[in-house]
Design a protein around this ligand. Structure first.
Ligand SMILES: [Zn+2]
Length: 114
């Protein structure tokens, strides 16, 4: 994904996640919020550029038809995103473990919505 498009995507997700707040950090205004999985703090510049380990998480995995629509996306740290991919995304969509992860992420996303 092009860098500018990715920044726009981060900004649209930040706008729909109540864990994100504008804060002053070392004299600069940034967005600070939480990984959808582990609640680790994630930082973004006001233009959407990730300043830490922020990445785009697909709630329904792309290999199971999960798309890039905002309702299927959340912000996760790279470590959690990678672990979900490794542990769950390859399973059949009917797998209870994968279904459980999808359900948890949907609930967390809903709970964070303004
Ligand atoms: Zn995380």
């Amino acid at each position: 994904m092009a860098k500018n498009k990715l920044r726009q995507l981060f900004l649209s997700l930040i706008a729909t996640d109540q864990t994100y707040e504008r804060m002053m950090l070392r004299g600069e205004e940034v967005w600070v919020g939480r990984c959808i999985h582990c609640n680790k703090k994630l930082l973004f510049a006001l233009d959407g550029e990730p300043l830490s380990e922020g990445s785009i998480e697909h709630i329904v995995p792309q290999n199971h038809g999960g798309g890039d629509e905002a309702s299927n996306l959340a912000i996760a740290c790279k470590r959690c995103n990678h672990q979900k991919g490794k542990r769950h995304d390859w399973k059949p969509l009917s797998d209870p473990g994968l279904q459980n992860v999808i359900e948890i992420l949907r609930q967390r996303k809903a709970a964070r919505s303004p």
